[in-house]
Design a protein. Structure first.
Length: 1228
């Protein structure tokens, strides 16, 4: 098969699927394939009912080569049709493929084509989905021919009452209207009628829509046309008639695909689909009777027709219906669509995820005695896996005559069986898989080692790749059979080839947990230890002294180290201060590694070990690294055991200064609370400041804890060792145990400010929590649990969509020869350019020597050199610019991170990329509960300081000088700092910030330049005068909100009433308006502004009111920035970027560079008009911004193309239009 086409079938085709029907037609008999009874089997004889859902005449015999009545039995009668029961004598397997059908009494609409948005029938007929359903369920009429009746048109949906009024007024013959599927069918049938030019109405519609799409400018209308055009095009190209969406014949699937099984106790279990078919057949038969021979009132007929439509809907897609058909125990019955849909459906469970033989599954336990490339396979599993191989060998050796003999020996498990098992399993790799299989290393190959017991023994170093632990995890084993599969297992899948991660190129197999703590313990120094200061003649002598208990493992001693081979005495040597532990660690390093990198003389942590593994892999390749990893594992476990590290309650130290720090925090807190009571800050700002204050406190306590732990037991405090070596846990968890839990995450509800509870948990877990603290903690823990459950599915769905789009991105050629690439800039450039191919030659700025030639790979040494030389921009080849016809080329892709070499042709890099994003997504959602809901918030920075000594330049900054400070009132201001050696740094200066330096002044490094309010955008008065409020009405556009006894006054813009709140500043002398201030939706008036508002209501004469000074803040718009570091917050953003969605409140962007000419308020339309004039005065454009948005520009400001004019998120589509493809690629 090259391809499969799925399309709609017409009634004749559906009937032709029935074998019985077609056989009958050959003999001149019609209707033999139709199921006419709803019965399934006769419960007395247990035989299928003739003409029913399991009828043998329609679907084939139940027993092989035997007709129903038993007249013909045996293969010799194959193909004979019994003259008594009409059943063809044949194999019973045909009951899996022969179909039947039901002829429906009235046509019925197919639920897929009217219910699932976009409703295909609805779009074709220009009827809304709701109206279409009303017609199909006999609740409304649709006009088929308006005749001479005014005010109605063809295809219009009218209610029953209106229909009756029209009939009363114009008579039944004046127009035609119908209800139900027959009426819709008539309308759809017209699309197939020919019109002039030999085209059908559908083809003509296609031409019209194509033309309309070319000339239409409105985005909304274009979207509608495009949607309809897609549907019409699909009908035209497939040759399907639109009226086939209305069913006249319902196919019935083969009975063996919807079986009935006998249960114990004489009951039967039936597939849901049978019950749904039964309802259709019973209702259809009743309706046929009503229509043919019984005169029936119209309402009963209509009711029965609707019930038939509902019954057919339920068969096709029960879960889409408003009220699905329920079975026993209120369970939704599974319809045909439900059997295909989703994870448990046919496609994903039975076709993509089959069960296979030569496989086994069992619980895993740790196997520290194994080598990296081995797995311990339990004896019992191995015998079953290699069974055919053992049987063959037993016969070859003459130990058994035939298959029965071999099976007997196998059952007895004789000595020969175990010997043969050892032989056949030698050098025959097995695959190991752990679900969920999130990325490539979730399946690896190993050499089997037959072990006792029933659990699979897994090497501890491959756990990281599988994300496996030994708390009851299970794994599956598969046996590759063909020589090719076995070769592939050795060449590609063996665990030794999976040391580096395909996602980030760092080691997946590296020391963890016990090994880390063992090696960290081994390489630590203990002051004043036994034997400190001794000098030894050779390394061996030092080790002997340790073995004879003359010196301790951690004592600082002096030994000679050779320059050639550090652990030998080959001259020249130099004496270094080290410990026996470090000598022991160096002794397991490969000699070539020691020769290149020298003696490692420091306390090792997890990251250091990972670096050693990586360097070893680069230097010596996979097998040598695997050997080193095994040695390191043994050494780590040995010394973790010897160290006797435990976790006792007395090792948890409570920092002495904790309560002192907390006391001072409460004093600060009182000040913040008083500011809120006085109305100086809004509730949102109060919340932010409280949260920030506790964040800083937690940090201080953390530093105290770190110091206390480090000093305890000379640095040998077990918890300190675990955390700082990277073996287990982190400082946040240690904080919870011994210092304080800090702020907890709150399950966010709509309308809540922020997502942290502002009351911290001050107690630590060692001290025990107070009742209130316990309650707050449970909040967070529950959030973790529910997030995990809900978000894992989202993360898995993201992976599937990524794979779907990226699966055909494969490395197809060596070099596409493109001359374009990506500029990579910024700090820490080495990690970003490593493994990429240079686009141009890269020169050393000091002596103009070439570091990397164009077309060469940038390796570790070159990348580090580039960063060291301070080169901050490098052009590299990138897949975004690859010009290969299919897929991408190897040069544009660069290094395959899993091997550390340039990628090979044929590598499925799209899938690797999808897995590399999907896997951490899933991992992170699963990890939420490890912190127990403790919030890790990123505190907001609200100032700029000078990065070096230099001179300050203002760019586009307007300053308002008040009595005591300088306030920036320009919205596009920037500050540039230029150093003596011409380094530059540019800072944005937000509106309303306080500026501390003058233009052209000199500043020192670290000097504060500007500071602003981090959590709100201020609205500032710039002129002196009295305030006049327009459209500000209490209870209408000014809402009062009480929270914890504090009151806030919130501005609301009400578009329907054209209420646009604004404030004017008037001159106190003559009443002239000096400036108009537009208020923003959801802005909070300050206490001072509210008092002036009340005064303006009471004192009509403005000359008697209080004056505001320039620089006073009259309102604030809160911006919520307390984003907690919660993965579940990250996933939606990732999805938004991948789908390039239009953000909800998107910013309006300037389309070209120029000057803001005017900003005018249009109160009729309720919007601002911002007019921009280009620098060359050639172009100008007016933008309409809804009133109530926060503007980021003032009149006279300069803007660049793509600059936002209003607050909001950037829309990638706008950026594409304005800045082009390359810019959007960089932005995303």
């Amino acid at each position: 098969i090259k391809s499969i086409v799925i399309k709609l079938a017409d009634p004749e085709t559906i009937m032709s699927w029935s074998y019985a029907e077609m056989k009958g037609r050959e003999r001149g008999e019609y209707g033999l394939g139709e199921v006419i009874k709803g019965e399934t089997i006769n419960y007395r004889t247990l035989k299928p009912e003739p003409g029913g859902l399991f009828c043998e005449r329609i679907f084939g015999p139940v027993k092989d080569y035997e007709c129903s009545c038993g007249k013909y039995k045996g293969k010799k009668y194959a193909g004979v049709i019994c003259d008594r029961c009409g059943v063809e004598v044949t194999d019973s397997r045909v009951r899996r493929e022969r179909m039947g059908y039901v002829k429906l009494a009235v046509p019925v609409a197919h639920i897929w084509f009217y219910k699932i948005p976009p409703s295909i029938m609805g779009v074709l007929l220009d009827i809304s989905r709701q109206n279409l359903e009303d017609v199909l369920y006999y609740g409304s009429y649709v006009v088929l021919d308006p005749g001479k009746v005014p005010g109605i048109k063809k295809g219009e949906v009218i209610s029953i009452n209106k229909y009756q009024e029209l009939v009363k007024e114009f008579g039944e013959k004046a127009f035609r209207a119908g209800m139900g599927a027959p009426a819709i069918k008539e309308l759809l049938k017209e699309f197939s009628e020919p019109v002039e030019g030999g085209k059908t109405k559908l083809e003509k519609l296609y031409d019209e829509l194509s033309y309309k799409l070319k000339i239409e400018r409105s985005v909304i209308v274009r979207k509608k046309i495009l949607q309809k055009l897609r549907i019409v095009k699909a009908f035209v190209e497939s040759g399907v008639e639109p009226h086939w969406m209305i069913l006249e014949v319902l196919p019935i699937i083969p009975p063996d695909l919807r079986p009935i099984v006998a249960l114990e106790g004489g009951r039967f279990g039936s597939s849901d689909i049978n019950d749904l078919y039964k309802r259709v057949i019973y209702r259809n038969n009743r309706l046929k009777q009503f229509l043919s021979d019984i005169p029936t009132p119209e309402p009963i007929l209509i009711n029965d027709k609707r019930m038939l439509q509902e019954a057919v809907d339920a068969v096709l897609d029960n879960s889409r219906r408003k009220k699905p058909v329920l079975g026993r125990g209120n369970r939704k019955l599974k319809s045909l669509s439900d059997d295909i849909r989703g994870k448990k459906g046919l496609l994903r469970r039975n076709l993509l995820g089959k069960r296979v033989d030569y496989s086994a599954r069992s619980v895993i336990v740790v196997g520290p005695e194994l080598k990296m490339h081995q797995v311990g396979v339990p004896k019992e599993i191995a015998v079953e896996l290699w069974r055919p191989f053992i049987e063959k060998k037993l016969e070859e050796l003459g130990l058994a005559e035939n298959i029965r003999g071999t099976r007997k020996l196998l059952r007895r498990r004789t000595k020969e069986v175990w010997e043969i098992l050892e032989e056949v399993s030698r050098n025959h790799p097995v695959w190991l898989n752990r679900a969920p299989t999130l990325h490539r290393p979730s399946i690896q190959a190993f050499e089997p080692v037959i072990v006792e017991g029933k659990a699979i023994r897994l090497h501890p170093l491959v756990c990281a790749a599988y994300n496996a632990d030994f708390d009851g995890d299970q794994m599956a084993i598969f046996l590759p059979l063909s020589p090719e599969a076995q070769l592939e297992s050795y060449m590609l899948l063996l665990s030794v080839h999976n040391i580096l991660s395909p996602a980030h190129g760092k080691p997946l197999a590296s020391a963890s947990q016990d090994m880390v703590i063992g090696i960290n313990y081994l390489t630590k120094v203990k002051l004043n230890a036994k034997g400190e200061g001794k000098i030894f003649y050779s390394i061996n002598e030092a080790i002997k002294a340790y073995e004879n208990n003359i010196i301790e493992l951690h004592a600082l001693i002096k030994v000679p180290i050779s320059k050639e081979e550090p652990l030998s005495n080959i001259p020249p040597v130099e004496f270094i201060e080290t410990t026996v532990g470090r000598i022991l660690f160096n002794s397991i390093l490969p000699p070539e590694y020691r020769k290149k990198y020298g003696f490692i003389n420091k306390e090792l942590k997890k990251g250091d070990i990972s670096d050693i593994v990586y360097k070893c892999h680069r230097l010596l390749g996979e097998w040598a690294t695997a050997e080193f990893l095994d040695n390191m594992k043994d050494l780590g476990f040995k010394y973790a055991t010897k160290s006797g590290t435990t976790f006792g309650i007395d090792d948890i130290i409570i920092p002495e200064k904790k309560y002192e720090i907390i006391e001072s925090t409460f004093k600060e807190l009182d000040k913040i609370n008083r500011r809120l009571e006085r109305g100086e800050i809004s509730r949102a700002e109060h919340y932010q400041q409280v949260v920030d204050l506790w964040q800083i406190t937690t940090e201080k306590v953390k530093h105290e804890l770190e110091d206390a732990l480090e000093k305890d037991k000379n640095g040998f405090n077990p918890i300190y060792m675990m955390v700082y070596s990277g073996a287990r846990g982190n400082i946040t968890q240690t904080m919870q145990l011994s210092a304080m839990r800090g702020l907890m995450a709150r399950p966010s509800r709509k309308g809540e400010i922020g997502d942290l509870i502002e009351i911290p948990v001050i107690s630590s877990l060692k001290e025990g929590l107070k009742m209130m603290e316990y309650f707050i903690s449970t909040h967070g823990a529950r959030k973790g649990q529910s997030d995990t459950a809900l978000k894992t599915a989202d993360a898995g769905y993201l992976t599937r969509r990524l794979v779907d789009v990226a699966q055909d991105v494969i490395i197809t050629i060596e070099d596409c020869g493109t001359v374009r690439g990506r500029k990579i800039k910024g700090p820490k450039i080495a990690s970003k350019i490593l493994g990429r191919i240079a686009l141009d030659d890269i020169y050393n700025p000091n002596n103009n020597e070439i570091i990397v030639k164009a077309g060469e790979e940038i390796d570790e040494e070159k990348a580090e050199l580039i960063e060291k030389l301070g080169i901050d921009e490098v052009s590299v080849r990138s897949v975004l610019y690859c010009e290969a016809e299919y897929g991408v080329c190897a040069k544009c892709y660069g290094r395959n991170l899993a091997t550390g070499k340039i990628v090979d042709i044929g590598e499925a890099v799209g899938i690797i990329a999808a897995q590399s994003i999907g896997e951490p997504g899933t991992q992170l959602t699963l990890r939420t509960f490890h912190t127990g809901g403790v919030a890790e918030k990123i505190a907001e920075k609200n100032y700029h300081e000078s990065p070096f000594d230099g001179k300050v330049e203002y760019i586009g900054i307007n300053i308002l000088q008040t009595d005591d400070k300088k306030i920036v009132i320009s919205k596009k201001g920037k500050i540039r700092v230029i150093s003596k050696d011409n380094r530059e740094k540019l800072f944005d200066v937000p509106y309303g910030s306080e500026i501390f330096v003058d233009d052209n002044a000199f500043v020192k490094q670290g000097e504060k330049l500007v500071e602003w309010e981090p959590y709100s955008l201020p609205i500032i008065v710039t002129k002196e005068g009295v305030l006049e409020f327009y459209d500000v009405e209490e209870g209408f556009t000014l809402k009062e909100e009480k929270q914890e006894g504090k009151i806030e006054y919130i501005i609301e813009i009400i578009r329907q009433k054209r209420a646009y709140p604004r404030i004017a500043v008037k001159d106190k002398r003559n009443g002239q308006i000096l400036e108009e201030i537009y208020l923003v939706d959801q802005a909070r008036l300050t206490q001072r502004a509210y008092e002036l508002y009340k005064q303006s209501k009471q004192i009509k004469n403005f000359r008697e009111r209080d004056v505001v000074k320039p620089g006073e803040i009259i309102a604030r718009l809160p911006k919520i920035t307390a984003k907690t570091r919660d993965i579940t917050g990250g996933l939606p953003k990732v999805e938004e970027l991948f789908e390039a969605r239009v953000p909800r409140n998107k910013a309006i962007l300037s389309e070209f560079a120029g000057t803001i000419e005017t900003i005018e308020m249009d109160s009729r339309r309720g919007s601002f008009r911002i007019r921009i004039l280009s620098y060359d005065r050639e172009k100008s454009k007016e933008y309409e911004v809804p009133y109530g948005k926060y503007l980021l520009v003032n009149e006279g400001d300069h803007v660049e193309d793509g600059d936002p004019l209003t607050e909001g998120e950037l829309d990638p589509h706008d950026l594409l239009k304005i800045k082009g493809k390359d810019y959007v690629q960089e932005y995303l």
